[in-house]
Structure formats: structure tokens, C-alpha cells
Design a protein around this ligand. Structure first.
Ligand code: IMP
Ligand code: MG
Length: 180
């Protein structure tokens, strides 16, 4: 079924190098702050695991799970399926995401977490697809792994119909695979 991958957009090595760089940068910026990294499930899990192994300072791991209301994906109506477990009040919080696409997920997640009164709240996304941004999105990534063109990518945690998440690289899915 991996025949549906057209090309490798980012190799395993390119991703690993960049994720280590990001982890090093945030280790310096968050030293002494005991940050909480909130991963947005499920797409982030592979990036999250690689990132956290290279974050060299004390920190806390947490996760949340959001979902779109059935049939209203394009309007960006979201709901919290599973909230974070830590008390974020007064904490330095960094949201980790797989991809910043239309921006609806991160817009929702950011404001949801802001209500918990963190001392600071930032966004770190592995991928950013600026060409896809929806109107009215106010948040933007503070840290970005790669800016990518407007193509549907899979692998390294990202899925199409829940498949391909286990690929160690990021590939471009053939349009025929999802347009049929
Ligand atoms: P949003 O459009 O920014 O709200 O992104 C919503 C979600 O869509 C992301 O967290 C991903 O799970 C998914 N997504 C967006 N673009 C892609 C892609 O190119 N490949 C796989 N999943 C994607
Ligand atoms: Mg996702």
C-alpha cells in the first residue's frame, strides 16, 4: 500500500537533524522553567517522542486529544475529547503539533489552554503549510520544523485514513489515492 507515495518530501535523516536542532533551541530557551509540553494527539506522537529525547532540561509531558464535530471539518468546530492532566496555571506551556494547516486545530487548542492561565503559552509545529491558512486564524507557530508546499503529506505520525503514520520519513501521497 506504500505504492501510493509519490516522492519523499523529507527524509528520515533531514527530519532527525531538524528535530534535534529544535530540541536544542528549546532546551536553551526553557532552561530553569520546567516547561510542560502538550502534545496534540495523535499525529504528533512520533515527533513528540523524538523531540523529548533531545530536550535536555527538566520538563513535564502531557497530551490532549481534540476532534472536529462530525461533518463540520471545514468550519473548524472542535471539541476536547481528552484534556490535559496537569494543572497548567502559572506554568510555561509549549504546544507540540504535527502540522499547522488551516490553523483551526491550533486556534482552538491555543485558546483552550490559555483559559488554564499558563505563565506563557507557545506553539511548536513540525510542519507549516502557510498556503492552506484559513481566514480569521489569529495564532501562528513560534517554532517551526519545516515550511512545506501545499501537498498532502503522510508518515512520521501523519496519516491518511489512519494509515502511513509509521513511516520514518515524510512522503507525498499521490492525489489519486485520496481523490478517488
Ligand atoms: P488544521 O487544518 O491546521 O486544523 O489541521 C488539522 C489536522 O489535519 C492536523 O493536525 C493533521 O492531523 C491534519 N492534516 C493537515 N494537513 C495534513 C497533511 O498534509 N497530511 C496529513 N494530515 C494533515
Ligand atoms: Mg493531527
Amino acid at each position: 500500500m506504500f505504492d501510493d507515495i509519490n516522492e519523499v518530501l523529507l527524509s528520515e535523516e533531514q527530519i532527525q537533524t531538524r528535530v534535534r536542532e529544535l530540541a536544542r533551541q528549546l532546551s536553551a530557551e526553557y532552561a530553569g522553567k520546567d516547561p510542560v509540553f502538550v502534545g496534540v494527539l495523535k499525529g504528533v506522537v512520533v515527533f513528540y517522542a523524538d523531540f523529548i529525547k533531545h530536550f535536555t532540561e527538566p520538563c513535564q509531558m502531557d497530551f490532549m486529544w481534540i476532534s472536529s464535530y462530525a461533518g463540520t471539518n471545514s468550519t473548524g468546530k472542535m471539541t476536547v475529547k481528552q484534556d490535559v492532566s496537569a494543572d497548567l496555571k502559572g506554568r510555561h506551556v509549549v504546544i507540540l503539533e504535527d502540522i499547522f494547516d488551516t490553523g483551526h486545530s491550533l486556534e482552538y487548542t491555543y485558546h483552550h489552554l490559555l483559559e488554564k492561565q499558563p505563565a506563557s503559552l507557545k506553539i511548536c509545529t513540525l510542519l507549516d503549510k502557510p498556503a492552506r491558512r484559513a481566514p480569521g486564524i489569529t495564532v501562528k507557530p513560534d517554532y517551526t520544523g519545516f515550511v512545506i508546499p501545499n501537498q498532502f503529506v503522510v508518515g512520521y505520525g501523519l496519516d491518511f485514513n489512519e494509515h502511513y503514520r509509521n513511516l520514518p520519513f515524510l512522503g507525498v501521497l499521490k492525489p489519486e489515492a485520496y481523490e478517488s
